[in-house]
Design a protein around this ligand. Structure first.
Ligand code: G16
Length: 544
């Protein structure tokens, strides 16, 4: 007989959730009581969920299914009334957000380590999304963390295993579990936002697309939406079957990790449009024939052309970008006359602005773009936005972006990542810059002079909450800047991110190679932070 057990446990230490929930090696999550402690800490920090609905799903990576079974038994023992879980345990992050909102659920648990590699030796992750469909706010993640430090017991059913391959209603103790089609609700939402007949006509006219699902969660979504509903030929979606180890790849849609797609798009028979998404389906990369659209520019192009999209026919209320994202969208907002907000890195910071209706479009340099349709960034949504745009404008991707630069100016922009750096050295590097703010201010580096430097702080305009230390900005004026930030999503050591940006209004000077255009800033960044000497690295691990 199924019993409700109270299992005695010990608090775990130092498991503070990062930018996107708790991310650790699979082997860490496999330790006895580890996942259970974190899940109970979430439940203990939530008021009044008894009898309510929880949404659960993940990106299909190794350990997804056993983790879901544990969470289901714990949700039942803790008194949830119903859980909606994606068939075979699959739900993309934006789909979870959409489903929470559609069914007015209490919240949701997403199992993913995003773009981090998967498999028995890979990464795993868990995060909680609230009833607005968005990542838990800082206040709640802090409460979960505090709880995890003092937890002494968790509740779980003694047995009960749900067949996740069987769609339909199941019973687990007193709780109902409904195994749902992971794609249907999301696809229906996309049909309402975009002009599907027009995109269908685009494909009928011979337009070609390659979408790389990178063996992660977007495969089933892309097959259904792009091929089945929009009529793109079979084979448009590559790597469309989710695998527990993502095929051994690193499903981060950037020029380095989506190498196969990039080769196709820069080859002689390149399709008209190329795109990729990441492990859990919230990131996107946009490519034209031999042309890469930086995520920051993609956001700006979307903002400038939003009225081409049915969902935005009456315009945008406002836009937002994370601080390190380039300021291209600011120019668009200025021209249209709508507010533009600069937030810290992390999608959760857009939540209040979206809920308050202050913005309808937002994005981040880290390949994330989204709107008020859900409370997560949304990879396939961004691809559909571009498809809709291309169907209306009937111009190549590169022409649309170049025309945008000619009108608004070009923000040369690049991010240099130093991955798996010694954490103490990385912290010392950041502190070293802060300690030198006084001398850096006014200092001349070649042709550039530092006009200001600070550690970015953000006051949420909706609830007044203040977030400090969100990245060091060295500002040289006229849109030229360097930003230093430590990643909040890595699982080994620290990742130092260095962002460089320079603005060029003159179309005659907009065709330079990005790294060439930013060469002076790259040298200055090393001088300011002493990256080589403090990290022992002579070059970045990834340049985007
Ligand atoms: C997560 C957040 C994003 C954020 C990114 C930053 O992305 O959801 O909003 O931009 O982390 O990563 P880092 O701190 O490493 O720069 P994801 O796709 O990993 O969930």
């Amino acid at each position: 007989m199924t019993q409700r057990l109270t299992v005695t446990t010990r608090p775990f230490e130092g498991q503070k959730p990062g930018t996107s929930g708790l991310r650790k090696k699979v082997t860490v999550f496999q330790q006895p009581h580890y996942l259970e402690n974190f899940v109970q800490s979430i439940f203990d920090s939530l008021p009044g969920y008894e009898g309510k609905t929880l949404v659960v799903g993940g990106d299909g990576r190794f350990h997804n299914k056993p983790a879901i079974q544990t969470i289901l038994r714990m949700a039942a023992a803790n008194g949830f009334g119903r859980v909606l879980v994606g068939q075979n345990g699959l739900l993309s992050t934006p789909a979870v957000s959409a489903i929470i909102r559609k069914y007015l659920a209490f919240g949701g648990i997403i199992l993913s380590a995003s773009h981090n590699p998967a498999g028995p030796d890979g990464d795993f992750g868990i995060k909680y999304n609230a009833e607005n469909g968005g990542p838990a706010a800082e206040k709640l993640t802090d409460a979960i963390y505090e709880r995890s430090k003092v937890i002494t017991a968790y509740q779980i059913l003694s047995q009960g295993e749900i067949d996740l391959s069987m769609a339909g209603k199941h019973q687990l103790g007193a709780m109902q579990v409904e195994v749902i089609d992971p794609v249907a609700d999301y696809a229906e939402l996309m049909e309402r936002l975009f002009d599907f007949p027009r995109i269908r006509d685009l494909f009928k006219s011979g337009f070609t697309l390659r979408f790389d699902a990178m063996h992660a969660v977007t495969g089933p979504y892309a097959h259904e939406i792009l091929e089945n509903r929009l009529g793109a030929p079979k084979g448009t979606v590559m790597h469309g079957t989710p695998l527990e180890d993502f095929g051994g790849g690193h499903p981060d849609p950037n020029l380095v990790y989506a190498e196969e797609l990039v080769k196709i798009m820069y080859g002689s028979n390149a399709p008209d449009f190329g795109a990729a998404s990441d492990g859990d389906g919230d990131r996107n990369m946009i490519l034209g024939k031999s042309f890469f659209v930086t995520p920051s520019d993609s956001l700006a192009v979307m903002a400038a052309n939003a009225r081409n999209i049915p969902a935005f026919q009456s315009g945008l209320t406002g836009v937002a970008r994370s601080m390190p994202t380039n300021a291209a969208v600011d120019k668009v907002a200025e021209k249209i006359g709508i507010p533009c907000y600069e937030t810290p890195t992390g999608w959760k910071f857009f939540g209040n602005l979206l809920d308050a209706g202050r913005i309808s479009l937002c994005g981040e340099e880290s390949f994330g773009t989204g709107s008020d349709h859900v409370r997560e960034k949304d990879g396939l949504w961004a691809v559909l936005f571009w498809l809709n745009l291309l169907a209306v404008q009937k111009k190549p991707v590169a022409d649309i972006v170049r025309a945008h630069w000619a009108e608004y100016g070009r923000n040369y922009y690049s991010r240099h990542d130093y991955e798996e750096v010694d954490a103490t050295a990385a912290a010392a590097l950041m502190q070293g810059i802060r300690d030198r703010f006084g001398t850096l201010n006014g200092q001349q580096f070649g042709t550039l002079m530092v006009k200001a430097c600070d550690d970015f702080s953000y006051t949420d305009p909706v609830d007044g909450s203040v977030t400090h230390s969100q990245g060091i900005r060295i500002l040289f004026g006229q849109g030229t800047r360097i930003v230093f930030r430590l990643s909040g999503t890595g699982t080994v050591g620290a990742t130092l991110r260095v962002y460089m940006e320079a603005f060029e209004q003159d179309p005659a000077r907009q065709a330079q190679d990005t790294q060439v255009a930013l060469a002076e800033l790259i040298v200055i960044a090393d001088k300011v932070a002493q990256i080589r000497s403090l990290t022992g690295r002579s070059a970045p691990t990834v340049i985007t």
